[in-house]
Write a protein of this length. Structure first.
Length: 181
C-alpha cells in the first residue's frame, strides 16, 4: 500500500514522524491521523517501561514478530535488542522452532509466556503463577501489554506491507574491540 500524502499532515503529525526518525511504520500510520497520537503514546510507554528488563522486552517483541511473520518487526527489534545487550544467538533463539539454549531459563520463560498469550490470548493459572514468580505485578502487566501492543503493530505492518528502511533507524550497536596489553 502506498504511504499517505505526508505534505498534507498537521504540524503535530509531522512532529511524530520526525521524532520517530522518519520510520516507515509511522509514515504509514498517518493513514489513521486520529489514532496516530495515541498509538505513539502507547508505543513510547511500552518501549520506555522500567518495570521489567529491556532485554526481556525485546525478546518478547522479536518473538511476536516471528509468530506474526512480520519481517519489519523482527528487523527493527533485533537491532534494538542488540543495543540493549542481546547477542545474535539470543535473538536467533526467538525464531519459531529455534534452539533456545542461548537463553537463560528466565528468558525461555518469557518466550513461552509470549507464545501462550499469542496462541490462546490468555494464560493458564499455572502460567500466571510462573510469570508472577519471575516478575512483580507491574512488570507482568507491562509484559502482557507489550505482547498485545506488538500483536497490533505486527498486524498493521503486515496488512499495510510496511517496508524496512534502507538505512537503519536505531544506531548501530557499538563494536567491541580487544584491548591490547
Amino acid at each position: 500500500m502506498n504511504y499517505p500524502d505526508l505534505s498534507a499532515l498537521t504540524p503535530e503529525l509531522n512532529k511524530i514522524i520526525a521524532d520517530k526518525r522518519d520510520a516507515n511504520v509511522y509514515k504509514m500510520l498517518m493513514h489513521s491521523p486520529n489514532v496516530a497520537p495515541g498509538f505513539t503514546a502507547m508505543a513510547d510507554a511500552v518501549m520506555w517501561s522500567k518495570a521489567w528488563p529491556a532485554t526481556w522486552r525485546e525478546l518478547a517483541i522479536v518473538r511476536v514478530g516471528h509468530l506474526y511473520a512480520s519481517p519489519y518487526e523482527v528487523h527493527q527489534h533485533e537491532r534494538i535488542g542488540r543495543l540493549v545487550g542481546l547477542t545474535d544467538a539470543q535473538l536467533a533463539s526467538c525464531a519459531i522452532g529455534a534452539d533456545p539454549s542461548a537463553l537463560s531459563p528466565q528468558e525461555q520463560t518469557i518466550l513461552a509466556l509470549t507464545d501462550a498469550l499469542v496462541a490462546r490470548h490468555t494464560l493458564s493459572a499455572a502460567e500466571r503463577e510462573t510469570a508472577l514468580e519471575l516478575m512483580d505485578a507491574n512488570a507482568f502487566a507491562d509484559f502482557v501489554m507489550t505482547v498485545g501492543f506488538y500483536q497490533l503493530v505486527s498486524n498493521f505492518l503486515n496488512v499495510f506491507e510496511v517496508e524496512i528502511e534502507p538505512n537503519g533507524l536505531a544506531p548501530a550497536p557499538p563494536r567491541t574491540t580487544a584491548i591490547k596489553a
